[in-house]
Every structure is written in C-alpha cells, then in structure tokens.
Design a protein. Structure first.
Length: 204
C-alpha cells in the first residue's frame, strides 16, 4: 500500500467519522460548540487514546492536518443536515467512507501497536481502539451505551482485521503486506456487514 493511498484513506476516515459524530450531536440537539466537540472527538478520540496508552504525544495534537480535516467534517455535516433536514448517518454514501476510515484507523493502530512491541492482545486492543474509540467516546459524552457494544457488527471488523495483521506479519515479516491485508479485510468485512445487516447474537 502506498503512503498516498493510506493518507487518502485516513483523510476519508477523518471526514466520515467527524460527519457521523456531528450528525449524532445535531440529532441530540447540541449547540454549535457541542457539535464541534462531538464531531472532532469521534474523528480523533480513538487515535488520541491509543497514543496516550503507548506513551506518545497524540498525533492529532502535533498535526495541523488531522484537526483541520475533522473540522471540515463538522462543517460538512452541518451542510448535509441543512440540505436533507434529517440524520442520514445510515445512508451508503456515509457508511462506505466510514468503513474506509475504520479500515485505515484499525491498520494505523495495529502498526503503532506493533512498533510499540506490545503483545498479540495489545495489537488487537490498540488497533480496535483506534478504529472505534472516537465513537465510543462520543456516545459516552451523550450518556449512552456505546452503539458498538449493542447493535452493530463494527468493532468485530477491527478485531478480525487486527488478527489478520498479526498472522500476516508472523508469516511474511513484512509490515507493508500486513498493513494491506489488514485494511482490505476490515473494509471487506465491514461492507459485507452493511449489505447483509450482520449482528452478533444477543442473550435476553
């Protein structure tokens, strides 16, 4: 995977996550500041938490690009809401970029975890946290049970992808190959989950 392709995937993911978080805030009746906080935290929260866990200054605090793209996503969400007058978070033109973002963020988390020399479980945890952490934080800020814990095959995609990353790097000893495999698997599994409405079983 080229650096340019991965950069594009990350930008798409930041935009999509910021849009989803902002639309969630609009639906809950938050003001402009609340919309901005929720949108940017949905886009950046997972990466910030991951970096803190590996004792790094968060990339989002060092890069002008990440915060700028997240803020553009907030603005875009407001424009989208003004046009459609309703929450369109479940439309395919939002879900597919979101899936691309999940793939990019999961892969980034897996690479950083691997370079931090954590265990197999550490790679899974940090990769998944990078992919879903922002959404979890935004739900907690709204006083809700995070949606990834109850009604969507979302975090599972990141877990499957991070496991594939670990297996690939053990087999090939190539970080680039592992990154490509991880990204493709997360993206494909998430798209299949969207198309076929996959959910994990519940027990009542």
């Amino acid at each position: 995977m080229t650096n340019e392709a991965f950069l594009i995937m990350n930008i798409v993911g930041l935009l999509a996550f910021a849009v989803v978080g902002s639309l969630k805030a609009i639906r809950e009746g938050l003001d402009l500041f609340g919309i901005t906080v929720l949108g940017t935290m949905t886009a950046l929260g997972g990466g910030i938490t991951r970096d803190l866990l590996v004792n790094h200054i968060p990339t989002a605090l060092k890069s002008v690009v990440d915060m700028s793209v997240a803020l553009i996503g907030v603005w875009l969400a407001i424009v989208i809401y003004k046009i459609f007058k309703k929450d369109i978070s479940n439309r395919f033109f939002i879900l597919i970029p979101d899936a691309i973002g999940l793939a990019a963020f999961t892969t980034t988390g897996a690479i950083i975890a691997y370079n931090a020399d954590v265990s197999f479980f550490g790679i899974i945890l940090l990769a998944t946290l990078t992919g879903i952490g922002g959404g979890v934080i935004s739900d907690i800020l709204l006083g809700k049970v995070p949606s990834v814990l109850r009604d969507d095959f979302y975090a599972s995609c990141a877990i499957i992808g991070s496991i594939s990353f670990y297996i690939t790097i053990l087999s090939t000893n190539s970080l680039n190959t592992a990154a490509v495999i991880c990204s493709l698997i997360v993206l494909m599994v998430r798209i299949l989950a969207i198309l076929y409405k996959w959910n994990l079983p519940k027990f009542n």
